[in-house]
Ligand binder design. Structure first.
Ligand code: FAD
Ligand code: MG
Length: 327
């Protein structure tokens, strides 16, 4: 009997954080309570399932099927595909096409983040840019299908799907009544609950110039998602120029908006993910006014001249750890 109780206690003990490579990045889940092997397995299982559906890189994904049928026929869309795509199209509308889930051909032309990264030839850029247009994505709600009207179009949900995945984990943690956890899906962070009663979590923002792991800013948060888009997540250098992976469909080139990074703090991770990318392309001024129009959302911009610009909601929650970055 005693052994039974002891075994039971040990099997309920929270396990340490788990990191796995999924969604094309290292994802770390740290459950500070109820962290059983089963729950960790369920969370990473969920991430792998979403990758199978939403990946632009896997030939067998729902996204790949939609892309393969571009210009030919509508394809039955998985409910997760529809949910993410519909939200992505909302941000495409809001941003006047700066955020565009049909950016796939442009992403492939640059190949940033792979060993084949290179600057596309001007003719190639002209060709692929003619395929990037969110208005050519047709959703038939009744039939549950997606049709890309031009042959060669490609969806790429890399700027928003990690946020959706984080929200699905949040739902799972709600179901299992886990009140303290940190989820980090390759820079897409969700801090659940508090570190200790009355003590918020502190989430670090890395130096966006170097991408090195030491934090330059600490953000005090409780039950919030914190998502950063910046110039150092994926990039390559050629002849002294830095080419990063957030592409401006107006130019075909990496967005040059005077920013090094944008961090969004929100309750919804899908919105934070879409917004961090959108605001990065829009720049500080337009990005700030967009964020201010969305209740419950805050933002912190770091400019190329190392200035920190943030929304009023962050007053008192930001600690600058590197004094070369100033307000
Ligand atoms: P964010 O700012 O959130 O997004 C930048 C990414 O969005 C770019 O990398 C590009 O993919 C896309 N993008 C660029 N410009 C625009 C624009 N104007 N509008 C909209 N989107 C834009 N990586 C791999 O290397 N291999 C994989 O197999 C792989 N599989 C993945 C599967 C899934 C389901 C997801 C969600 C991601 C996967 N990734 C993979 C990673 C992905 O390619 C991106 O690198 C990552 O999602 C970028 O996230 P971020 O937070 O750094 O940047
Ligand atoms: Mg994003």
């Amino acid at each position: 009997m005693l052994l039974g109780v002891m075994l039971c206690l040990s099997c309920r003990q929270a396990l340490p954080a788990r990191t796995e490579y999924v969604l094309g990045t290292f994802c770390t889940v740290n459950l500070y309570e109820k962290g059983t092997k089963d729950l960790y397995d369920d969370i990473f299982g969920l991430l792998r399932e979403l990758e199978e559906i939403l990946s632009a890189n896997k030939d067998t994904s729902n996204i790949a099927s939609i892309n393969a049928a571009s210009g030919k026929s509508p394809v039955k869309a998985h409910p997760d595909t529809l949910a993410v795509l519909k939200r992505a199209l909302r941000y495409a509308e809001i941003s006047g096409g700066k955020f565009d889930p049909s950016v796939g051909p442009l992403v492939k032309a640059w190949n940033i983040g792979t060993e084949y990264a290179s600057i596309p030839e001007p003719e190639e850029l002209t060709r692929v840019l003619s395929l990037v247009n969110h208005k050519d994505i047709l959703i038939d709600e009744a039939a549950g299908t997606v049709f890309l009207t031009q042959e060669g179009m490609r969806l790429d949900l890399g700027a928003i799907a990690k946020g959706y995945a984080a929200d699905q984990i949040i739902n799972l943690l709600d179901e299992r009544k886990v009140e303290r956890a940190i989820i980090d899906l390759g820079g897409n962070v969700y801090a659940r609950g508090e570190k200790a009663p009355g003590l918020p979590w502190k989430v670090g923002i890395r130096n966006p110039e170097t991408g090195t792991s030491g934090a330059i800013i600490a953000l005090k948060v409780k039950n919030k998602t914190i998502v950063t888009s910046g110039i150092n997540e994926r990039y390559f250098e050629k002849d002294g120029t830095h080419y990063h992976h957030i592409l401006d469909p107006a130019t075909g080139y990496p967005a040059q908006s005077g920013l090094l990074s944008v961090t969004i703090i929100s309750d919804s991770s899908i919105d934070a993910d879409a917004l961090s990318t959108t605001c990065f392309i829009l720049g500080a001024e337009r990005g700030l006014s967009l964020v201010k129009s969305i209740p419950g959302t805050d933002a912190l911009f770091i400019t190329t001249d190392r200035k920190i610009i943030m929304t009023d909601g962050l007053a008192g929650l930001v600690e600058i750890l590197d004094s070369t970055f100033t307000l």
